[in-house]
Design a protein around this ligand. Structure first.
Ligand code: ADP
Ligand code: MG
Length: 237
């Protein structure tokens, strides 16, 4: 599904990712863990195609066997990649439903979409009035993360990247978000959970765990590795 090879990424002139390789298979839940500043969000932005992150010439990003390295972010989104941001930015004047309508144009009629969004809001325990407000504008930390999950549920991407969907969400919010994502994912879709804590893994069991340190994958393994991190911390892994 997603194959990163030899990926080096710079922000401006600052090298952040260093020849990183990683493979996520179809239908898999993978988790990328690592201390603050290890480059996790940079990796997410590079996959999504954020132009502020420059990918080195020798590295590649394959999605379903094709290189997406030179595609703009909107084309990557069209192929089925959705990134939920660590710090989602407000878009004043654009409601949650507006954004969903745009993304689903031609795929779902507006009434069905609205009904589905309302049902999902209920599942996530957020007031449906949020759907009509400017996205992320004045939303609480938990509401932001729930709305990110709601978008993921509606869009049903092939690859869902969750950059710290757990930060800013309290225990109940996190449980609701994780169960919601687990319930609405299809067998063919893959999820990359990016986190520095193992909290969310109680509800979404990872098939594969990657540990990042200083811009490269330092360790990879099964969910046992996540348990080890919980006990020992990143420094002793
Ligand atoms: N826009 C930017 N400008 C300069 N440095 C950046 C920028 N974005 C990220 N970095 C740096 O890259 C490193 C990795 O950051 P990040 O990918 O956000 O780490 P993580 O998500 O693992 O906490 C940090 O040292 C951070 O300061
Ligand atoms: Mg980050």
């Amino acid at each position: 599904m997603l194959e990163l090879s030899n990926l080096s990424v710079k922000v401006g002139s600052k090298p952040i990712l260093k020849r990183l390789s990683l493979h996520i298979r179809k239908g898999e839940i993978a988790v990328l863990m690592g201390p603050n500043g290890s480059g996790k969000s940079t990796l997410a932005h590079a996959i999504a195609g954020n132009p502020n992150f420059t990918v080195g010439r020798n590295g590649n990003i394959l999605f379903e066997g094709k290189s997406i390295k030179n595609l703009p972010p909107e084309k990557r989104a069209k192929l089925g990649i959705f990134l939920s941001f660590q710090n989602p930015l407000p878009l004043p004047g654009v409601s949650v439903l507006d954004l969903l309508r745009l993304a689903r144009e031609g795929k779902e009629d507006p009434l069905t979409l609205r009904t589905r969004a309302k049902a999902y809001a209920k599942e996530l325990g957020i007031d449906e009035s949020l759907l009509f407000r400017s996205i992320h504008d004045g939303f609480s930390g938990g509401e932001k993360k729930k709305v990110e999950a709601l978008q993921a549920g509606i869009l049903a991407p092939k690859l869902l990247i969750l950059d710290e969907i757990d930060s800013g969400a309290d225990v109940d919010a996190l449980r609701k978000i994780a169960r919601f994502l687990g319930k609405h994912r299809t067998k063919e879709s893959s999820i990359l959970i990016i986190t520095h804590s193992t909290r969310i893994l109680r509800y979404l069991k990872p098939d594969r765990v990657f540990v990042m340190r200083e811009g490269a994958i330092a360790r990879s393994g099964t969910s046992v590795l996540a348990t080890e991190i919980e006990k020992k911390g990143f420094e002793n892994i």
